[in-house]
Design a protein around this ligand. Structure first.
Ligand code: AHR
Length: 321
C-alpha cells in the first residue's frame, strides 16, 4: 500500500512539473534581451529605437537597454555588460564597423547569440552572429545616384559637380552609400564628386561644416548636393538660409523623415531615398524564431522606397518620424 502511494505521488509530481514547463508564454517572460543602441543622432534613429524596444516588449521579452550615445568605446562596454549579465540574446545596433570580433567571440564563448541590426560590422566570421537585419546601404546610394544620372540625361551640360555630405567615418552607411552613389554616377563621365565634408549624421555638425565650405567658396561650381541623411541635409539648408544663398541645387537626401518629405513636396529638395526605420517587428520575430529553434536566414533585408519629384507626391504614406 505504502509503495503504491509513493508511485502515485511521483506520477502527480511528474505530471504537474510537465504542465508548468509547456507554457511558452511564461517561459518567454523569463528571457532577457540585451539591446545595445548606437545613439540618438537623428529622428530616424529615435524611430528605429522605439520600433525595436516596443516590438520586443510586445512579445513579452525583458529588455535590458543601453544607449551608447555615439561613443564606440562605450558601446563595446555595454555589450560586455550584457555578456557579464548573461542575457539570453543580444541585439546590437552598432555605431562603427570595426573592433567587434573579439567581443562577439566572448559572446559566443558565453553561448549568447547576437543579432546585428541596421549598420553592419566588418568581419568574415559569420559564426559570430546569427543574422544581420537592415537596409542595403549600397542600394540606397545607388538609387540616389540613379536619380542624378536620370535628371541630367537630357541636359547638355559638360560638367556636373556634386557636393557630398558624408555621415560618420568608419560606419557602414557612410562607406556603402558613398560607394553605391559613386558607382552609379560613374556611368556618366560628366558627373564628378568634387567636394566632400563629414557631418556625422547630425544636423548641427553638418550646418557648421557646410557653413565653413560656403565661406571657403567650395560651393561656387556645385550643381548637386548629395547628403547621406536628412538631418545633415537640414543642416546644409539651415546654413544656406543663414548665408542668404538661394537654393539652386539639385538635392538628394536619404532617410525620408517627415520634415524632408515636406520639403520634397514644396519643391525644395528633389529626391529622398527611404531608409526604413521600422525594423522592430522583423527583429522581434527573428528573436522568437531563434528561441523556437527555427531556421534564420544569414541576411534579412528591410525594404526601402524612393520618393522624388518624378513621382506622384500625393500618395506618400504618413511618415511618423
Ligand atoms: O545607420 C542608419 C543611419 O544612421 C541613418 O540613415 C541615419 O539617419 C542614422 O543616424
Amino acid at each position: 500500500m505504502k509503495k503504491r502511494i509513493i508511485i502515485l505521488f511521483v506520477i502527480i509530481c511528474f505530471l504537474t512539473a510537465g504542465c508548468g514547463k509547456s507554457d511558452p508564454a511564461e517561459k518567454q517572460q523569463e528571457l532577457t534581451i540585451g539591446f545595445s543602441q548606437a545613439g540618438t543622432e537623428s529622428n530616424w534613429r529615435k524611430a528605429q529605437n522605439k520600433s525595436i524596444n516596443e516590438e520586443l516588449k510586445k512579445k513579452n521579452y525583458q529588455v535590458m537597454y543601453r544607449n551608447s550615445f555615439s561613443d564606440p568605446k562605450q558601446q563595446m562596454q555595454d555589450v560586455m555588460t550584457f555578456i557579464a549579465y548573461q542575457v539570453d540574446l543580444i541585439v546590437l545596433s552598432p555605431i562603427e564597423e570595426n573592433g567587434w570580433e573579439s567581443i562577439l567571440e566572448e559572446a559566443k564563448q558565453a553561448k549568447i547569440p547576437v543579432i546585428i541590426v541596421d549598420r553592419n560590422i566588418a568581419t568574415n566570421r559569420k559564426d559570430l552572429y546569427l543574422t544581420h537585419i537592415g537596409s542595403s546601404f549600397k542600394a540606397q546610394g545607388g538609387r540616389a545616384g540613379l536619380y542624378v544620372t536620370n535628371h541630367y540625361q537630357k541636359e547638355e551640360q559638360d560638367t556636373i559637380n556634386v557636393f557630398e555630405i558624408k555621415g560618420s567615418e568608419h560606419t557602414s552607411p557612410t562607406r556603402l552609400r558613398h560607394d553605391g552613389f559613386a558607382e552609379t554616377v560613374g556611368r556618366d563621365p560628366r558627373i564628378k564628386i568634387t567636394q566632400s565634408i563629414t557631418g556625422d549624421f547630425i544636423r548641427l555638425k553638418s550646418k557648421e561644416a557646410f557653413s565653413k565650405a560656403i565661406d571657403e567658396g567650395q560651393l561656387n561650381d556645385i550643381d548637386v548636393l548629395f547628403s547621406h541623411n536628412d538631418e545633415m541635409t537640414l543642416g546644409a539648408l539651415d546654413a544656406l538660409k543663414d548665408h542668404q544663398i538661394e537654393n539652386k541645387f539639385v538635392i538628394v537626401s536619404i532617410d525620408a523623415q517627415k520634415e524632408m518629405i515636406d520639403l520634397l513636396k514644396s519643391g525644395q529638395v528633389n529626391c529622398v531615398v527611404e531608409c526604413n526605420p521600422f525594423m522592430g517587428n522583423l527583429v522581434a520575430t527573428t528573436v522568437k524564431r531563434y528561441f523556437e529553434k527555427a531556421t534564420i536566414p544569414e541576411d534579412i533585408y528591410v525594404s526601402d522606397t524612393v520618393f522624388s519629384d518624378q513621382n506622384d507626391l500625393g500618395t506618400i504614406p504618413p511618415r511618423n518620424y
